[in-house]
Write a protein of this length. Structure first.
Length: 271
């Protein structure tokens, strides 16, 4: 996926809380050290200093930058340049030109979380520095003047689902990874699991989270269930003795079904 192999659990950590860095790294598959929304503006200078003073594994760490053109963007880049981190997440990416402003030498996770960013997702995904796309529901709805991304039953409104699908399709069309948005109800692990299972089945590579207590559920949601894994292996084994379309247990098997089975094995780590 063009240089992005992290996942499935990506844990946000405020960059001004270096006391949490190691703990976050130990819990999740990768850490997103956040210089943007998780840090108040007056604390951002300290957060930038913490990046160099408390280093993590640069291969498993993403630095979330403030939006291109914002008052903090250049200072963020200067701080990151003084470290070994070269995988960054660009908040509120709205165009391929925003990726240009990050400059060469960086792999960029483009966070499409405004109306303009979602509509430009394809151009953003095609940029040579882009390795993944992520979408954000709350900032998107706020950018439209709305007040809530979910209905009363906790499910996304149709607008948010449209944005989610748009970003996923743009990422897939360009061979980039897609990262699903955070689930804000920390205590609702059953709702999180349902959403993560849908993300995995739809083609997302990872899901971001805001609390270490969500990590295990995300990992479980991306891991195929034993019956699902056994069925995938059976289909692929049967395909070795058949040419073209065939039936297995009364179900038609063609190339898309075989690709689904291969994706299940890939998610299990048993390709």
């Amino acid at each position: 996926m063009n240089g992005f192999e992290l996942g499935p659990s990506l844990l946000f950590c405020p960059a001004d809380r270096p006391d949490r860095f190691e703990k976050a790294a130990a819990r999740a598959d990768a850490v997103i050290l956040d210089l943007e929304d998780a840090v108040s503006p007056e604390r951002r200078p300290d957060a930038r200093l913490a990046l160099a003073k408390h280093p993590l594994d640069p291969e498993a760490t993403i630095i979330r930058l403030n939006p291109a053109g914002s008052a903090d963007f250049d200072a963020d880049l200067e701080a990151v340049a003084a470290t070994d981190y070269r995988l960054v997440m660009l908040a509120k990416t709205e165009s391929a030109a925003d990726i240009d402003r990050v400059g060469p030498g960086y792999r960029v996770v483009a966070l499409c979380e405004t109306a303009r960013g979602v509509l430009a997702a394809q151009d953003i995904a095609e940029h040579s520095s882009t390795v993944a796309l992520m979408w954000g529901a709350e900032d998107l709805v706020a950018s439209l003047g709305g007040t809530a991304s979910r209905n009363g039953d906790g499910r996304y409104r149709s607008l948010a689902l449209h944005a989610r699908s748009t970003v996923l399709l743009a990422a897939g069309a360009s061979g980039r990874a897609a990262i699903d948005s955070v689930y804000l109800d920390i205590g609702d692990l059953s709702g999180l699991l349902e959403e993560v299972q849908d993300a995995a089945a739809s083609g997302f590579s990872a899901t971001a989270c805001i609390h270490p207590g969500q990590v295990a559920t995300i990992r479980a949601g991306y891991a195929p269930e034993p019956a699902q894994l056994a069925a995938a292996r059976a289909v692929l084994e049967a395909a070795e003795t058949h040419r073209g379309v065939f039936q297995l247990d009364g179900v038609m098997v063609d190339e898309p079904v075989l690709r689904h089975a291969r994706n299940i094995l890939r998610r299990s780590g048993s390709e």
